[in-house]
Ligand binder design. Structure first.
Ligand code: NAI
Ligand code: SOE
Length: 392
């Protein structure tokens, strides 16, 4: 199999995870990394055993050896970096959210189509094997018509006023935080599973900690620093800690999402439940290899991930036999397996047919985030203004 060459822009929390997952495919070499400056690039390359280090991402994009560019930087840089890569004819995997708003995302979709490059947004959580199984159960009619879908994504890494990260700053992460940063994981997974997209919503957003203590020296995501009182400066926060979103879906389902980053004890607590005209299903990311099945007039059940008895389209995303756990880190291998597999086979890019989330998916997600911000502002139900649909 021809070896494909990947280049990573950004060597922080997710950069390390992408490098490791790519190497698990066996036919991908991670040949280059770019960071904010040369010193940071050299240390990231050293840490991740990557041969080439660039202090300017444009040099990585212009490296003729690189086939696929991964954009793994703060959200503000997603648009210019993905656009530069697409215009250079590189295939692109961009982390979520695709950009700062739907206007930028729309330009990226158009540019990627014009360039004919393979493009993907890394909505990895739809790649949990039991999430795939739930989708196949819905498609096969086992659940019946989905009436309700509800759940949450709760965290506590921003619980304290001394917890700080670029995501808190609208200028770097975008106007929405809790909904755009973690809510979009839930929204992508749920729309993917039930095959319906959000058509209208009502949102309530809260900034529970309006002033935070910004450390004078910033750290990567999830890195907690041991600092003294003089090591901070007070800053006003212009993004939400919490979002509650009530939704109506295109196939008649109703839903509700609670996303919050200041819930003590909740680490990465993502979960959903769907209630259909035949069965209910419930799943949580902190126990990803178990799914509850609810029945009327029968005993409820627990589906333990088992590729041997899953739908083939789901079971193929289970590398380990029944009872052997697969988790968050494995989901990245599966996204990349689908994207790099598509490139390897030289198939044409069609963002409505490929088996992986694309820039179009990212655009649809940001249209929902735009509607969430509008509804929270107006205090009314808002129809989602899709510039284009078809991702779900
Ligand atoms: P991070 O802060 O840990 O890492 C970002 C890296 O980008 C840093 O090393 C920083 O130095 C580098 N960077 C900043 N400006 C740069 C520039 N001009 N050129 C090159 N590198 C530059 O952030 P984290 O958590 O890794 O997040 C990065 C992206 O990944 C975000 O968009 C986030 O939403 C997404 N993400 C997705 C996850 C998922 O589950 N799919 C998980 C965590 C993050
Ligand atoms: C921080 O909230 C974060 O790293 C998100 O950015 C990721 O998307 C999520 O998977 C884990 O938490």
């Amino acid at each position: 199999m021809k070896k494909l060459k990947a280049g990573l822009i950004g060597g922080g929390f997710i950069g390390v995870i992408h490098a490791e997952a790519l190497r698990r495919l066996g036919y991908v070499d991670v040949v280059a990394i770019a960071e904010a400056d040369q010193a940071m690039a050299d240390s990231a390359a050293e840490k991740l055993s990557i041969p080439k280090a660039y202090g300017d991402y444009r040099d990585l994009i212009n490296d003729s050896e690189v086939d696929v560019v991964h954009v793994l930087t703060p959200n503000k840089f997603h648009f210019p970096m993905s656009m530069a890569a697409v215009e250079a004819g590189k295939h692109v995997i961009c982390e979520k959210p695709l950009s700062m708003n739907s206007r930028e995302a729309e330009e990226l979709v158009k540019a990627a189509r014009k360039a004919g490059v393979v493009n993907s947004i890394c909505h990895n959580m739809r790649y949990y094997p039991l999430v795939k199984q739930a989708r196949e159960m819905v498609k096969a009619g086992e659940v019946g018509d989905v009436r309700l879908v509800h759940g949450n994504y709760l965290q506590d890494w921003l619980f304290l006023d001394t917890d700080y990260n670029w995501r808190l700053v609208a200028e770097l992460g975008g106007k929405s935080r809790a909904v755009a940063d973690i809510g979009t994981h839930w929204l992508d997974m749920v729309q993917y599973m039930i095959g319906q997209h959000v058509i209208s919503l009502y949102a309530d957003l809260t900034t529970f900690i309006p002033v935070r203590k910004k450390p004078k020296v910033e750290a990567a995501t999830y890195v907690v620093q041991d600092l003294g009182p003089d090591d901070y400066e007070d800053v006003d926060i212009d993004t939400e800690d919490h979002g509650t979103v009530m939704m109506k879906f295109s196939g008649g389902a109703k839903g509700i999402l609670l996303a919050c980053q200041v819930c003590a004890g909740r680490k990465n607590h993502i979960e959903w439940e769907m209630n259909g005209t035949k069965k209910s299903l419930q799943w949580g990311g902190e126990k990803p290899n178990h799914m509850w099945i609810g029945e009327r007039g029968k005993v409820n059940g627990e589906f333990i991930k088992n590729p041997a008895i899953m739908y083939p389209e789901a079971g193929k995303y289970g590398a380990a036999p029944c009872g052997l756990g697969e988790g968050y880190l494995d989901t990245f291998k599966w996204v990349f397996s689908d994207v790099y597999g598509w490139i390897q086979e030289g198939k044409a890019m069609d963002d409505k047919k490929v088996p992986f989330p694309t820039f179009l998916t990212g655009l649809q997600e940001l249209c929902i985030v735009d509607a969430v911000l509008e509804s929270a502002e107006s205090g009314t139900w808002v129809d989602v203004k899709y510039t284009e649909k078809g991702a779900y």
